[in-house]
Design a protein around this ligand. Structure first.
Ligand code: 9PG
Length: 518
């Protein structure tokens, strides 16, 4: 359906399965919005980005269905900026929709038949403000309860967590004002086998008890919609897995040295298993759930119930949430953004931070802006702050200590400022690495109230300081000269799983070395 752009400072809502809005002028920038937590969201040049490779990483980073589209595109919303500073926004008011910038028009396509679309033309904050109002009305908002301040085990210990070390750490955290101590990846037997492994001999109930004895809530990480090829779940319930039209298992990516698959979230037995798992976690004593790699529930594939993939995922989140029970806190991570609104308390809105600022191979050579790295994380989070009225927005953790960390002070400060803007504070810093000064800085940060005022797209006034993210949001340019062919060559090679496995192994080995120094 072709719909004219509304007049300046106005908006319309249209119902259609696909919609085209001619642009009033040539765009100078396009707002692309990635599918899930880790996918890039940014104002970029309106020309296409290089097609992201390697293919096997797609489900980890972008919506694989659209991974090879050439025109600029994004999930659920897109916006064009003109040189007078006005913005034309096209936003789906339902799940299962995608936006493209094509031949000087914005095009919306729904995978779920007729849906409602908002078209708004005006100033940036005004058009995004209208979009969140309409979304909130239809999808609901998270209760704006107190946001817990979290200590999370991932960004210092990674998978090297074990019972004794964690318990020591919990003791040494002492009276720092955290509300939740969250155990991340590394406690489970396998991806799909959500039982404690040998490193947790006293079991999960004892671990939760230990956390609660420090006066805090216990948090646990799980990736309940993923099934690893080496898991028992895979061996026993292949009938619960998502398959493509040829009956082949749908890949949910590659991590932990193994092929990953996805649960069919409409399969009644898989749902019953998920409900039992959520209840088990609560019985252990954890009531802060960090559910991760959730995109697996919304991948394209044939399902037991024939329904649009994101709608199926949204229903699954509703069921998970209910099974967690009264008073639980649900953080959705690696999650498609729109379908999670109204279904979770908090939503990770960017890629993982890391002790590295940027990684040349991933960002420059491969032009992939979704992989772990602090610059990638800040860039996407800055472009998703508009979601704040709908859900608690999680920008990932902040670093304070300098041990085992190559970030410059300026970059650590930017992370901390961003967390204050999001009103969501967390760290993984080990108390045994903190200097007395670090401890006091962390305490002051966790206790600080933030009153920041936005001055322009990337600039904020914090009490007596100006905080400017402009230099962070720029995308690394593809290499020129000597390195140029290497990027293309790596991308091409990356279509082979063997090469990916080698690259992943290199990253994993670097991590192991790091952990061995703890
Ligand atoms: C645990 C971690 C932490 C983290 C999550 C998630 O291969 N990858 O591209 C990749 C991306 C993100 C990622 C792991 C792998 O991190 O965001 O907070 O919980 O899982 O494994």
């Amino acid at each position: 359906m072709k719909t004219p752009a509304p007049k300046l400072n106005s908006s319309t809502i249209a119902t259609a399965s696909s919609i085209e809005i001619p642009l009033p002028a040539a765009p100078i920038r396009y707002y692309r919005h990635g599918w899930q937590s880790w996918s890039l969201a940014a104002w970029t040049d309106p020309s296409p980005l290089p097609i992201q490779k390697p293919a096997i990483f797609h489900p980890l980073q972008i919506d694989a269905v659209y991974a090879r589209e050439e025109s600029p595109h994004g999930s659920w919303l897109g916006a064009a900026e003109f040189d007078d500073g006005t913005i034309l926004l096209l936003g789906a008011l339902a799940t299962d929709a995608h936006i493209f910038l094509k031949e000087n028009q914005l095009e919306g396509r729904s995978e779920a038949g007729e849906i409602e679309w908002l078209v708004a033309y005006g100033r940036e904050n005004q058009v995004f403000g209208e979009y969140i109002n309409e979304l909130g009305r239809r999808l609901g908002k998270a209760e704006k309860n107190h946001v817990p301040r979290v200590w999370c085990s991932w960004y210092s210990l990674y998978t090297a967590i074990e019972e004794k070390l964690l318990c020591q750490t919990f003791d040494q955290i002492g009276d720092l004002p955290f509300d939740v101590l969250q155990v991340d990846d590394g406690w489970q037997r396998g991806i799909g086998d959500w039982e404690p492994n040998k490193k947790f001999p006293s079991g999960m109930e004892a671990l939760a008890e230990k956390i609660k004895s420090t006066g805090r809530r216990a948090g646990l990480w799980l990736a309940p919609l993923l099934v690893g090829k080496s898991s028992r779940l895979y061996r026993e319930h292949r009938d619960w897995l998502l398959r493509d039209e040829n009956g082949r298992l749908v890949s949910a990516g590659f991590n932990w040295g193994q092929e990953l698959y996805a649960l069919d979230v409409t399969h009644p037995d898989a749902i019953a298993w998920l409900v039992a798992l959520m209840k088990q976690v609560r019985r252990w004593g954890f009531d802060y759930y960090k559910l991760d790699f959730l995109y697996a529930g919304a991948l394209k594939g044939g399902r037991y119930k024939d329904m649009p993939r994101e709608a199926a995922y949204r229903e699954c989140l509703r069921t998970l949430r209910e099974a967690m029970g009264e008073g639980a806190f649900f953080l959705a991570c690696g999650s498609p953004i729109l379908p999670a609104l109204g279904m979770c308390d908090a939503l990770r809105i960017g890629p993982d931070v890391s002790h590295d600022w940027e990684v040349y191979r991933n960002e420059t050579l491969l032009q992939n802006f979704s992989t772990p790295g602090t610059k990638n994380a800040i860039r996407t989070v800055v472009h998703r702050l508009w979601l704040k009225p709908l859900v608690h927005i999680d920008p990932d953790i902040e670093y304070f200590v300098s041990k085992e960390n190559s970030l410059e002070e300026e970059h650590k400060q930017q992370l901390q400022d961003l967390a204050r803007l999001c009103d969501f504070k967390a760290t993984s810093d080990l108390p045994q690495w903190m200097t007395p000064q670090d401890r006091e800085n962390i305490r002051a940060f966790l206790n600080a109230e933030t009153d920041a005022k936005q001055l322009s797209r990337y600039v904020y006034q914090f009490d007596d300081r100006i905080v400017d993210f402009s230099s962070v949001v720029e995308l690394p340019k593809p290499p020129t000269g000597f390195s140029a062919p290497w990027g293309a060559f790596l991308g091409w090679l990356g279509d082979w799983k063997l090469v990916l496995r080698i690259m992943k192994k290199l990253d994993d080995n670097a991590l192991k070395k790091r952990i061995s120094r703890i």
